[in-house]
Design a binder for this molecule. Structure first.
Ligand code: RIB
Length: 306
């Protein structure tokens, strides 16, 4: 199986489990806290690696106590970290996250070293990137680096996937049109298209406009309602899996990590989406971000459950 390259962020997740957010001027006790490895790029890379993919990571860590832990975490899952570099005098990326008892979250991100991942870093890794079958991108690094990576992938005939998260308005239509895969959630899709997206039907309509503009495959993640495909292979919906959710943080990244693993292995989009919907559902049953991602054995056990 060819390698997958993830060009993206890593963060230290500072997860506070809360009953409610404090109001201005209030100090409030929260029931629990956990420190974990996160960042959308790292989460997707780790999910794919836990399932057995070979992953090359391009990312930046800071000059602080978090950096060694982040590097060790990537290496624990066999991820190639030759292009995860330290930036002197800069903090690592951090994400204060607040998870409510209904399992939903609010996230702040401080990009820190992630903002230093530049087009020159792609050139430096060009030889290794050319051996990858797929380049995976998100929006927690500089936009110019994301655009450069899309151009690099096109120039070298490598499939390229963008998860446009966190949501950002004003993305370049010329670059979006060059994508093989765009995987937004509903709010990201609404921002990109300027259309109202509040149901699977409106998501389908908005996704069609992106496919008409040149993107080959648009996959919209719909949370507990599953996912939707519009693209060269037609249109179809993969239903959601009903589970007892405890923490939805990183569920979208779990979907993408599992999707890229299966698509890169078998090339079947619908089957990869079915696996990804199940993997994402499995992840929300456990607390934390990467810590909630099952490896292939644990995922197989989950799949056998009725
Ligand atoms: O998608 C979840 C991730 O968003 C968290 O791990 C956090 O680090 C932010 O990047």
């Amino acid at each position: 199986m060819s390698k997958i390259a993830v060009i993206g962020s890593n963060m230290v997740d500072l997860i506070t489990y809360i009953d409610r957010m404090p109001v201005q001027g209030e100090t409030l006790e929260a029931p629990d806290f956990a420190l974990g490895c996160g960042g959308k790029g790292a989460n997707q890379a780790v999910a794919a690696a836990k399932l057995g993919s070979r992953v090359l990571m391009l990312s930046k860590v800071g000059d602080d106590m978090f950096a060694d832990n982040t590097l060790a975490n990537f290496q624990r899952f066999g991820i190639d970290t030759r292009y995860v570099q330290r930036v002197p005098g800069v903090s690592s990326g951090v994400a204060p996250i607040f998870v409510r008892s209904d399992s939903h979250n609010s996230i702040l991100i401080v990009k820190g070293a992630n903002a230093h991942l530049a087009p020159a870093d792609i050139d430096a890794a060009a030889a290794e990137l050319r051996e990858c079958a797929l380049i995976v991108l998100q929006l927690e690094i500089r936009l110019e680096t994301v655009y450069y990576a899309i151009e690099f992938a096109r120039r070298h005939g490598i499939a390229v996937l963008l998860n446009p998260a966190p949501a950002l308005a004003g993305l370049s239509p010329e670059h979006l049109a060059q994508l093989d895969f765009l995987i937004p959630n509903e709010s990201e899709l609404a921002l990109i298209t300027g259309q109202v997206v509040d149901s699977p039907a409106t998501a389908q309509t908005a996704a069609r406009t992106l496919v008409a503009s040149g993107i080959r495959h648009v996959i919209v993640t719909l949370g507990e309602q599953g996912a939707l495909y519009v693209g060269e292979e037609g249109e179809f919906r993969v239903p959601g899996r009903q589970v007892a959710a405890r923490d939805t943080t990183g569920a979208g990244d779990a979907f993408i990590g599992c999707f890229i693993h299966h698509w890169n292995r078998d090339g079947n989009i619908q089957q990869a989406m079915e696996q990804a919907v199940a993997y994402s559902a499995c992840s929300v049953m456990a607390l934390g971000t990467q810590s909630s991602y099952p490896d292939s054995e644990a995922f197989a056990r989950f799949q056998q459950q009725p």
